[in-house]
Design a protein around this ligand. Structure first.
Ligand SMILES: [Zn+2]
Length: 139
């Protein structure tokens, strides 16, 4: 649904931008794509919404060399996005499933802070951001 239309000047050129009201499903999909573009852990991360007790968890499969992030299904979008960013930071700072010594290490905290702070600046790609596929932030 289009709310309003406005123009802005960017690098000397005037472009038209549509301010769009996005559905929760679109915000969820765009956030996952945004995380992949900007916070790449060098291994594929598969994200699934599943029925589970916890808010989320992360695992790494040594056989397929993939991360699996599971997020609790049926939560409000804000809660799911918080959990997703939390788990994504685990994938970025992964030291192996055997490393239960300090799960939320200082490195994890820095990664989570970077994701969280840049996410707050991002608006799901609605405004004058980079072209699709480009990084908005470097990690
Ligand atoms: Zn955690």
């Amino acid at each position: 649904m289009v709310d309003e239309e406005f123009t802005f000047a960017r690098r000397g050129a005037t472009q038209k931008v549509l301010s769009v009201r996005l559905s929760a499903a679109t915000k969820w999909r765009r956030t996952i794509a945004w995380l992949r573009r900007n916070f790449d852990p060098h291994y594929e991360i598969r994200v699934r919404s599943v029925v589970m007790k916890d808010y989320g968890d992360t695992d790494f499969c040594m056989k397929t060399l993939r991360f699996f992030v599971r997020i609790k299904k049926g939560q409000p979008l804000g809660v799911k996005l918080d959990s997703l960013q939390h788990e994504w930071a685990h994938a970025l700072t992964w030291e192996g499933a055997d490393t239960y010594i300090e799960e939320h290490s200082p490195e994890w905290g820095v990664a989570y802070a970077k994701i969280y702070r840049t996410f707050l600046q991002w608006d799901y790609g609605r405004s004058n951001g980079p072209l699709l596929g480009q990084r908005e932030f470097s990690f």
